[in-house]
Design a binder for this molecule. Structure first.
Ligand SMILES: [Zn+2]
Length: 102
């Protein structure tokens, strides 16, 4: 069993929290935390981030951002009411010259 490096630790951290790692890699993962203070802190920060977001950070975050933007665009176009029927056509009644000075 080879020791896990910090770069691999970072790659595996979401899989670990997702329960997606197999037993061997979980042992290597937890073994690395025992040896590496930096990664122990990193794991703690990831846990806090997940607690705040209510979900795992990852590629899905971009999808959610896109959906939020699309919803914002939909709201904006819904508020733009078209100005049809508000045209006021005038000028049909021509008064003509007043002729009463005889
Ligand atoms: Zn490390």
């Amino acid at each position: 069993m080879s020791a896990m490096g910090c770069d691999e630790f970072v790659e595996q951290v979401t899989a670990y929290l997702d329960g997606a790692l197999d037993t061997v890699n979980v042992n290597r993962f937890t073994g690395h935390i025992a040896d590496c203070d930096g990664c122990e802190v990193y794991l703690r920060q990831i846990r806090v981030t997940i607690a705040e977001l209510g979900r795992l950070p990852g590629p899905g975050l971009a999808d959610r951002t896109t959906a939020t933007l699309l919803a914002a665009f939909r709201d904006r176009s819904a508020n733009e009411t078209p100005s049809e029927g508000s045209q006021d056509v005038r000028g049909a009644g021509f008064p003509g010259p007043l002729s009463g000075s005889s």
